[in-house]
Write a protein that binds this ligand. Sequence first.
Ligand code: ADP
Length: 265
Amino acid sequence: KITFTPIKPHGQKEMVGVIAILQDVTEEEKLDRQRKDFVANVSHELRTPLTTIKSYLEALEDGAIHDPDLSVRFLKVARQEADRMTRLINDLLHLSRLDAKQARFHKKAIHLREMLEDVVDRFSVQCKQKDISISLQILTSLTYVYADRDKMDQVLDNLVSNAVKYTPEGGKITIYARRRLNGMVEISIKDTGIGIPKKDLGRIFERFYRVDKARSRSMGGTGLGLAIAQEIVRAHEGEIWIDSEYQKGTTVSFTLPPCEPEVIG
Ligand code: ADP
């Protein structure tokens, strides 16, 4: 935006100059657009399950309630949709606490191997059901990282659950931990899943951005998992990024600070 202000010295008719003010409004406009898109997205994401619940309840009222099989099916759908709304609201509350810097981080020495073995355990049943192998490769001798364990579990759960969601039966998930040259610890979750097209990669951490909305929804996704992971990683002074090859697989990596020996204990 450019604003021109004529300069006329007091009491004179003649204009002696012009002040031009250059203002970069692109960032402001971008933030404004993002805020509006966010509100529109939230409304849409909440209305979709509500519409489904309402239509199934109406069908029950219109007579389906007298058919025991149909009633069981319809009630199940309504409950699943209510569960989706709960997940979405929980994710939104979580994000808003992170945005407002109100989320409390209890950082301390966390045993790296233990944290990663626990996440593998949490997903082993789900992986077995889909015939996906899940394994861990720790390529560093470092024992501890400096992090908030609950928040880190949430990052790992979001990333590993994505890997499971977007990897077809018979696939493979590997979690790596290695030390980077700058000392940070890098954790990567690699899958042999459906991958992400190049054109979508740049926007994948945006709130509600999904490559395939219908697929994400049918998998129970809220479209906020990566955005939450990014906020938590940044609050640990780390970085998060994604490499992917469409129809080959995806690797999501993030860094965490190591724990210096004097902090332990
Ligand atoms: P969702 O709840 O939809 O999974 P996320 O924020 O966790 O939301 O991820 C955003 C989108 O990124 C997903 O909808 C999906 O399109 C893509 N994505 C994330 N992780 C993977 C992965 N491991 N493989 C393929 N696509 C992925």
